[in-house]
Every structure is written in structure tokens, then in C-alpha cells.
Design a protein around this ligand. Structure first.
Ligand code: GLY
Ligand code: MN
Ligand code: MN
Length: 443
């Protein structure tokens, strides 16, 4: 994708405007080893990328915050041998010019220059506690500055976790980010449709996973945003099932939770459909109930509504439905109060979505659920899971779950952006009603 210098410069300026004077230090992510001398595919740190657009490992953003702000990049130097083996590196000079930094230096100058940059600064901003080695390195440098105090320059005395300010900015997506997320949603929804149409009894779950990944790659997404969950039958009652190595049986439901990452941004979609192409009666009952809960949640996603309302709406709809299906017994209010529904619905109804699949941003402000505002992007993902209770399950658990519901797991997940007057659904292309799923799978 084209590097847009102004966009990242504007974000750095906005961060400067939010924070009292000081020195910001933000390293990107480390390379992670997979085995022997092979590493995992490199993924930059999301906040580092948000502020710089720079994708190489071993890089650090340093910003002098205040009236005369400066953005400084530390990165790997040009190195012919390394580039022959591992690929192109910008090097400081080209990185400075192409990414719009005021200064750039080789990463091996970081400690020496940081000690100079820290001197005289009142406070340091960095992701405190995110990485022990960085914590230690930065505190060691503060001590170096302290040891030079007789030269007349004081060391910073305040240490601020800079993530709070960056996270708050990242929570509100700008039009450029929304355009990417719309595209990530479209590609991912199409991949779900493809998987639905390809799934057959007798296949392995990983064969269906291959259909998803093929569509992601084919459309320019180089990675899934998280490990794809392709869970047939009872596997769907494990929320983070990831083996994906069982056979699809005729009569099973197949739950797929998968989304692509596009230019760093995640999509996160779940669909649940019958391997045979036709829902059984009990499967349809559970499915329609989860879909109704999703609709009840959607109704709460608009500006001004506290975020928790969409979870409460899902819980209320699911609890009433479980009573209607003869699974739970009692009053809706009583069953919500006692949390009896958690036997069947034990997770939240969604999360912020962005550069991270579980994206950053506070869910509460001063202890109160924060209200939706335009530009926030979130998932809505109600579900129901019917696991047979164990001998040592909590005493209040329903033991006589109707046989025809046992081992069913259904979740449906879409990605919404809050707009001025409601919301927009980024993932509608993946069929969702019983009729649409059965039509898409008709063979
Ligand atoms: N795929 C993880 C989630 O839905 O939150
Ligand atoms: Mn998901
Ligand atoms: Mn999710």
C-alpha cells in the first residue's frame, strides 16, 4: 500500500497535542523465533504502525513532545549482506525521507542518543510493563542520566504509560481506516460464503480452513487476523478450538470463526451452518434464537447508548429463548440475576476491532460503561453452547439438557461501525438467515 506520510505525521502531531511535554519511546514488536533459525512471519506492533507506518522489525519511535516537537526513528541500517538473505531495508536516510521523520538514526545508536534526549525532560512516556527487557533498558538509561546530574541536566521523574493516549486515538477510526476495514470485512465475508459452499460431509475441518485462507491470500490479505476456528459438531462448544483436524459429519453443524488481516486491520466473522446444507429442527431452533439475540444487540449499537446495553440485550433474548426451549426454568429476571444463562452463554457479546482483533480502547470510563460514538468499530457475537455437564460442574447447572440440543455450538459474529445515526454492518456478505444459508448451500 502507498505510504501516506501526512496521515502518520498527523497522528504523531495529535498525540503531541494530547500529552504534556516529555519524551515518548515506542518500540515495535520483536521478531519471534519459531524453530531453530526460522522465525514466525514478522508482525509489527499495532501502535507503532499506527504512528509511523513503518513495518520493519528492530525499530523504535522517539518523539520529543512539547512546543517544538520532533519525531525520530531508530531503525536497522542498510546492510548488503543482510538484505541479500532477508530482504530490503530502508535504512535511516530513506526511512526519514519516505516516512516523514524529523531525524532517523541506526538502531545501535539508540541507547547513547536516548540518554541525551532524556536529559532535562520532565517525564517519559512508554508502554510500561509491556516488555520486561524494554522496561529494564529504559530504567537503566534513566540511571545513566541521573549519574550525569552534576552536569546540570536532570533525569525524568515521571513515568507515564503512553498506551492510554494512543489507545484512545486508535478507538476512533478515520475514513481511511474504515475503508480498509470495510474491505477486510468484504473479503472475509466472501471467504465464509466460499467455505459454506465448499464444505461436504467427510472432509476434514482443515480442508474448509484452506478455502478461507485461499480467498484471503487471493485477495491481497497475507495473514488471517487470528487463528481460524473451524469446528464441526461438538468441537464448536470449545470457544477457542483450533486443532481443525476432525472430519465433518453429515448432520453436524460447522462453526467457522475467521477473518483476514488487511494492511494491518482485522476482520472477525463467525458463521455456523449445517454440513448437509439443511438445518435439523433443533439446530434451527438454537440458530434462530442466536440470530434473534444478534438482532436485539444490533438495535443497541448507536451513538449515546452505553456499550453494555448490547450485551444485556443479547443475554435477555437468549435467556428468554432458553426458557421457551425448555432448557432453563424460572423467570427471565431471576435467571439473569443468578447468571444461570452462563452455563450456555459464557462470553461477552463483542469487543473493539481494529489493528488488533481484540482492539484497544477503554470499555468503561470512571467505572461506567462508555457510550457508543461514531467511528468506533466493534464485533457483535452472541452464541449458545450445550456441553454435557460434568459430575463436578457447579451445583446449579441444568443436568437434564434436552438430548437434541447436546453438543450443539452456535455463534454468529458481524463487525459494525458506529455511524452518526446508528451503525453500518461491514460483514453482511456472509449469509446469515436460515433461508439464505440453505439457499447458498443448495447443491
Ligand atoms: N475470534 C476471536 C473472537 O471472536 O473474539
Ligand atoms: Mn471471532
Ligand atoms: Mn470476536
Amino acid at each position: 500500500m502507498q505510504i501516506n506520510v501526512e496521515r502518520h505525521q498527523a497522528r504523531r502531531a495529535a498525540l503531541n497535542a494530547r500529552l504534556p511535554a516529555g519524551l515518548l519511546i515506542l518500540p515495535t514488536a520483536r521478531v519471534k523465533n519459531r524453530s531453530n533459525d526460522s522465525d514466525y512471519s514478522y508482525r509489527f506492533d499495532s501502535s507503532f504502525h499506527y504512528l509511523t507506518g513503518f513495518g520493519e522489525p528492530e525499530a523504535v519511535l522517539v518523539q520529543v513532545l512539547g512546543d517544538q516537537p520532533r519525531s525520530i526513528l531508530f531503525c536497522l541500517p542498510k546492510n548488503e549482506l543482510r538484505e541479500i538473505w532477508d530482504g530490503f531495508l530502508f535504512g535511516p536516510a530513506a526511512a526519514q525521507a519516505q516516512f516523514g521523520f524529523d531525524e532517523a538514526y541506526p538502531i545501535d545508536q539508540l541507547d547513547a542518543r536516548l540518554a541525551e534526549l532524556m536529559a532535562g525532560q520532565p517525564r517519559l512516556y512508554f508502554p510500561i510493563g509491556a516488555d520486561e527487557k524494554w522496561d529494564q533498558r529504559i530504567l537503566d538509561l534513566v540511571n545513566v542520566v541521573k549519574s550525569r546530574a552534576r552536569l546540570g541536566l536532570s533525569a525524568p521523574t515521571e513515568f507515564v504509560d503512553v498506551r492510554a493516549a494512543i489507545n484512545e486515538m486508535r478507538l476512533f477510526k478515520d475514513p481511511h481506516e474504515l475503508a480498509i476495514m470495510r474491505e477486510a470485512g468484504r473479503i472475509s465475508a466472501e471467504a465464509h460464503l466460499r467455505a459454506m459452499q465448499a464444505a461436504r460431509p467427510g472432509q476434514f475441518e482443515y480442508e474448509v480452513e484452506a478455502e478461507l485462507l485461499y480467498h484471503f491470500y487471493k485477495n491481497g490479505s497475507r495473514y488471517p487476523a487470528y487463528g481460524s476456528i473451524v469446528a464441526a459438531g461438538a468441537n464448536a462448544t470449545c470457544l477457542h478450538y483450533h486443532e481443525n483436524n476432525c472430519r465433518l459429519r453429515d448432520g453436524d453443524l460447522l462453526l467457522i470463526d475467521a477473518g483476514c488481516e488487511l494492511h494491518g486491520y482485522a476482520a472477525d466473522i463467525t458463521r455456523t451452518f449445517p454440513v448437509s446444507g439443511r438445518f435439523s429442527g433443533p439446530q434451527k431452533d438454537v440458530y434462530q434464537l442466536v440470530l434473534a439475540a444478534m438482532q436485539a444487540s444490533f438495535d443497541q449499537v448507536r451513538p449515546g447508548v452505553p456499550r453494555i446495553a448490547y450485551h444485556d440485550a443479547a443475554v435477555r433474548t437468549l435467556t428468554q429463548g432458553l426458557i421457551d426451549l425448555g432448557v432453563l426454568h424460572g423467570s427471565v429476571d431471576g435467571l439473569i440475576e443468578s447468571e444461570a444463562y452462563k452455563q450456555f452463554y459464557m462470553h461477552g457479546t463483542g469487543h473493539w476491532l481494529g489493528l488488533d482483533v481484540h482492539d484497544v480502547g477503554e470499555y468503561k470510563i470512571d467505572g461506567e460503561s462508555r457510550r457508543f460514538e461514531p467511528g468506533m468499530v466493534l464485533t457483535v457475537e452472541p452464541g449458545l453452547y450445550f456441553r454435557p455437564p460434568l459430575a463436578d460442574s457447579p451445583a446449579h447447572y441444568v443436568r437434564n439438557i434436552p438430548e437434541h440440543f447436546l453438543h450443539l455450538g452456535v455463534r454468529i459474529e458481524d463487525d459494525l461501525v458506529v455511524t452518526a445515526d446508528g451503525h453500518d454492518n461491514l460483514t453482511t456478505l456472509a449469509p446469515k438467515t436460515v433461508a439464505d444459508i440453505e439457499a447458498a448451500m443448495a447443491r
